[in-house]
Write a protein that binds this ligand. Structure first.
Ligand SMILES: [Zn+2]
Length: 105
């Protein structure tokens, strides 16, 4: 019986951010250059900055957590080449890193 379980893994968040597509309601955004309106089911790279996508995170899950399994299923079926990460985790980690950099200077 194969089901989705979220697991924890350490990532270089800067590297993830360079290769991350953020999935909105129907389109994707490039986390690297902020290009909008990317086809999340087809785009292998950002049409603007040409970064190759390796990760995907869904913004929608923050507001609709009940959809996480259907979104995970759809991503897994349509984009087996992308690793799905949690948008909230990513945003919080990036925010914490930015705050740390800010206080360092
Ligand atoms: Zn881009």
């Amino acid at each position: 019986m194969n089901q989705f379980l979220r697991s924890w893994q350490k990532f270089d968040v800067t590297e993830v951010g360079k290769h991350l597509m953020i999935l909105g309601d129907s389109n994707g955004d490039c986390a690297s250059c902020r290009e909008l309106g990317i086809n999340p089911w087809k785009a292998k790279e950002c049409p603007q900055c040409h970064t190759a996508f390796q990760f995907i995170a869904s913004r929608r899950l923050v507001e609709h957590p009940g959809e996480r399994f259907s979104v995970a299923h759809r991503v897994h079926e349509a984009r087996p080449d992308l690793q799905m990460i949690d948008y909230d985790d990513y945003q919080k980690t990036v925010g914490a890193d930015k705050a740390r950099d800010f206080f360092k200077t």
